[in-house]
Design a protein around this ligand. Structure first.
Ligand code: ATP
Ligand code: MG
Length: 431
């Protein structure tokens, strides 16, 4: 039986819904966020129903963030009396999976839960863990989750070390191919003359050096996912062969006439925009259209600074150094440093620092980073970034206080209604 935790200060609601759900789930309830969090930690429920307005303020949103940071896999459905779009957006931005208005029929809520559990069911417990705290990263993994439910091919762009392979594995592990192999191939490492043999395999004696039968990547990945990394290095000959496989879904081993079925899903990764390569004549357009159904972009660390400290905690735990932490000045350094190698570089620095620091505190000298070398943002850029973050937070909080009423909010914070509206429109289009 699945487990459901309800956190709400409305005892009538808790009683009524416990009655409804108790035959379907193991139900635990709490009337405040502290007790609610304790239940979540203890029972690691499948679903949490969370009131936005605990104790009259918006504590529910903070609780949501706390749950999602520690247990991103728990389904969180926000429950509220208010039918307010701005709150809905805010909750979604903080990782809510769905939204339910208390005045609606509880059957609708049950349907939402079933549907979310259904799409989560394919996730085996042993997932490649990852961190997604910043808006950009959360959006990336949300889109990746959508992609995983489909059968289409996927293109992932991103600078070096930004997690392209992590995303590819995430998609595979969440797909209905998760119990079949995930095979990662680096296109740059394949010698052009050996492309067919590498992909399709070969029969014994089919060419000099083919001393025994060999299965290619397509056979190895049969039923699963073939991840083609550094796709920009796939030769024209390789591109042609790949297109044929995708179109015809069949291939032959080198030296054989027997047709084999190609049952693989392709996820490809590259550093440059594939469309750009097509425009430059370096990549086949017909192949591009067959690959780029879902297009995802892994953002560099400089565009997801909110992930940095959670990533560090994640890496320290992974390195069995969960008792260590960064001093305040170390935190400031890692937050402003220009991470050219992105997450991989960050991980290496933290690994070294964990070894170097004798005690539990990691100080700047253990980081072996020169903050002035890595300082990437100008004063103006940093100021604008902080201001923007401040505005978003301040305006959203004011909107929540005023139940999403734009006029009232504008009056309270002393800006014109139009200014606030423009700001909200900008926010929506950038999400
Ligand atoms: N969301 C994430 N949370 C935690 N760790 C991550 C995340 N994304 C990437 N990493 C870690 O960062 C490192 C680089 O990730 P990955 O190999 O997927 O990047 P990549 O984009 O494929 O790099 P490259 O361009 O060099 O092939 C790995 O150690 C990986 O575990
Ligand atoms: Mg990679």
């Amino acid at each position: 039986m699945k487990t459901l935790v309800m956190i709400d200060d409305d005892s009538f609601f808790l009683e009524q819904y416990t009655d409804y759900f108790k035959s379907l789930y193991k139900v635990y309830t709490a009337s405040d966020s502290g007790r609610g969090m304790a239940l979540v930690k203890k029972y690691k429920p499948d679903v949490v129903l969370l009131d936005i307005r605990l104790k009259g303020d918006n504590e529910g949103l903070d609780t949501l963030r706390e749950i999602k940071q520690t247990f991103p896999e728990i389904i969180c459905i926000m429950v509220t009396n208010l039918d307010s779009h701005s709150i809905y957006m805010e909750a979604l931005n903080r990782g809510a999976d769905d939204f339910f208005i208390k005045s609606d029929n509880v059957d609708i809520l049950q349907e939402k839960i079933t549907c979310l559990l259904e799409s989560h069911k394919r996730l085996p417990a042993a997932q490649t863990p990852f961190v997604a705290v910043s808006d950009k990263t959360r959006k990336l993994f949300k889109l990746a989750a959508t992609a995983s439910r489909s059968v289409s091919n996927v293109v992932i762009y991103g600078e070096t070390g930004t997690g392209k392979e992590v995303v590819a594995r995430f998609i595979h592990e969440n797909s209905n191919r998760s119990d079949k192999p995930f095979v990662a191939v680096n296109c740059a490492a394949i010698q052009d003359g050996l492309f067919e043999s590498a992909f399709f395999g070969h029969e014994k004696g089919s060419f000099t050096g083919a001393i025994k039968q060999h299965k290619g990547f397509l056979e190895e990945a049969h039923g699963g996912t073939l991840f083609l990394d550094e796709l920009e290095d796939l030769s024209p000959r390789g591109q042609g062969a790949l297109l044929r496989v995708i179109q015809e879904k069949t291939f032959e081993r080198v030296g054989s006439t027997t047709s084999l079925t190609a049952d693989v899903r392709f996820i490809v990764a590259l550093k440059t925009d594939l469309r750009q390569l097509v425009d430059q004549g370096r990549f086949r357009e017909d192949l591009y259209y067959r690959l780029a159904v879902f297009t995802l972009q892994t953002p560099p660390l400089r565009e997801r600074r909110e992930d940095i400290l959670p990533l560090i905690r994640f890496y320290l735990k992974e390195l069995n150094a969960g008792n260590k932490q960064l001093s305040k000045s170390s935190e400031n350094i890692v937050l402003s440093y220009a991470w050219k190698g992105n997450l991989r570089e960050l991980r290496n620095v933290i690994e070294r620092a964990a070894h170097m620091a004798p005690g539990s505190m990691i100080h700047p000298q253990h980081l072996s980073l020169n903050a002035s070398d890595g300082f990437s943002e100008s004063y103006k850029e940093a100021r604008e970034r902080h201001l923007q973050e401040f505005r978003e937070k301040y305006y959203s909080e004011a909107l929540l206080r005023n139940n999403g009423n734009v006029s009232k909010t504008a009056e309270e914070i002393g800006v014109s209604r139009q200014t606030l509206q423009n700001f909200l429109a900008g926010l929506k289009s950038s999400k």
